[in-house]
Design a protein around this ligand. Structure first.
Ligand SMILES: Cc1ncc(COP(=O)(O)O)c(C=O)c1O
Length: 367
């Protein structure tokens, strides 16, 4: 008998666990009919700002737009450079390209797969305007040295927090240490909507104001446009879902931590490289990424056992066709490239059961 499929992220299980709450919230939102910039969106912005202990949150259409509008709010554009890790989801880099600025890729460090601070120092030029650290897999980047570089060189910091809602760095929340923090509420994220969604958080009233204009056609008052803005608003119905889920986020992050700790115990002593946690970090385990000398074999074993898995990410940004214009090639960022060939993401989500964790670990051990 084939055992049940273990999903990579089980969104149906999460919906079932909150069905009455979610159904009621959705019906309430639909019944109000305030679909654009409605009450749930405004309330969610307040609640997500409070969760992050900052004064401002601006709901936008998705995480990519959050990054794009954050960069624009800082005035970044053609002629500018923004330093970003090559080891990230391509959206971090795309957002920089949309502004007309040049993304300057740097390698990641090998222990935590986040941006290499020394490489950042080397990459700064007179054209550099900002650094975009990515808290990849829910593990915080090493922010203090980056904040110091930013202070010394007068650069902005935009945190890509798409994978790290609630993660902390030396007790400080990811997304709140730089000038702006950008979140994705893509369904599979630690806080996920029933479709696309995104948010920008900041302590700066001026940047909040600018982002608010940019997401709504550049208008503060209807039909009076001070900027060439965009239509990039967080949907009210999505915000209704996010308000319900936000109440459970801290618990879900704890459940992810417990699942990661359990993987750590079950996989100890195998040949797999297990994810490390930096002394500064309290990660939220958006992904649980192991390293294997024989990934193809591990993939086959997991497939045969009906267990979903992923690679985040198989082709680094600098080797993508879309970014040939940056002029990089194989060998440009060796740590990122080595990781891309070895990494594999195992299923992790708050509702994953002990039995499922054991099944995954048993297959990994045998592979
Ligand atoms: C690191 C990172 N940055 C940016 C994004 C873009 O977010 P979205 O898919 O909501 O546009 C994502 C997720 O997809 C991501 O993982």
């Amino acid at each position: 008998m084939t055992e049940h499929k273990i999903q990579f992220v089980d969104l149906v299980r999460q919906y079932q666990s909150l069905k009455p709450e979610l159904d009621a919230a959705l019906l309430r939102a639909v019944g109000r009919g305030d679909f654009i910039l409605g009450e749930d969106m405004r309330e969610f912005e307040k609640e997500f700002a409070a969760f992050n202990q900052v004064p401002f949150c601006i709901g936008v259409a998705d995480g990519t737009d959050a990054l794009h509008l954050a960069l624009l709010a800082l005035g970044i554009g053609p002629g500018d450079e923004v330093i970003v890790p090559a080891n990230t989801f391509i959206a971090s880099v795309l957002a920089i390209s949309y502004t007309g600025a040049r993304p300057v890729l740097v390698d990641c460090e090998p222990d935590y797969s986040t941006i290499d601070v020394k490489a950042v120092e080397r990459a700064v030029t007179p054209r550099t305007k900002a650094i975009m650290p990515v808290h990849l897999y829910g593990h915080p980047a090493d922010m203090d040295p980056l904040l110091q570089i930013a202070r010394e060189q007068k650069l902005f910091i935009i945190e890509d927090t798409a994978q790290a809602h609630g993660a902390t760095y030396k007790g400080r929340l990811c997304g709140t240490m730089g000038d702006l923090g950008c979140f994705s509420f893509y369904p599979g994220k630690n806080l996920g909507a029933f479709g696309d969604g995104g948010g920008i958080v900041t302590r700066s009233p001026a940047l909040a104001e600018k982002a608010l204009l940019l997401r709504n056609y550049g208008q503060k008052v209807k039909y009076a446009h001070t900027l060439k803005g965009f239509n990039s608003r967080l949907d009210t119905v999505q915000a209704a879902v996010l308000r319900v889920k936000l109440k459970h986020l801290a618990r879900w992050n704890e459940q992810r931590r417990a699942a990661a700790a359990r993987y750590g115990q079950l996989l100890a002593g195998t040949k797999l490289g297990l994810p490390k946690v930096a002394p500064w970090a309290k990660p939220v385990w958006h992904l649980y990424v192991v390293q294997s000398d024989d990934r193809a074999r591990l993939q086959q074993a997991l497939d045969a056992a009906n267990i979903s898995h992923g690679i985040h990410y198989p082709i680094p940004v600098h080797l993508q066709e879309a970014y040939r214009d940056l002029g990089h090639g194989p060998g440009s960022f060796p740590v990122t490239e080595t990781l891309a060939a070895r990494i594999l993401s195992l299923p992790i989500f708050p509702e994953i059961t002990e039995e499922e964790l054991q099944r995954v670990a048993a297959v990994c051990k045998g592979a």
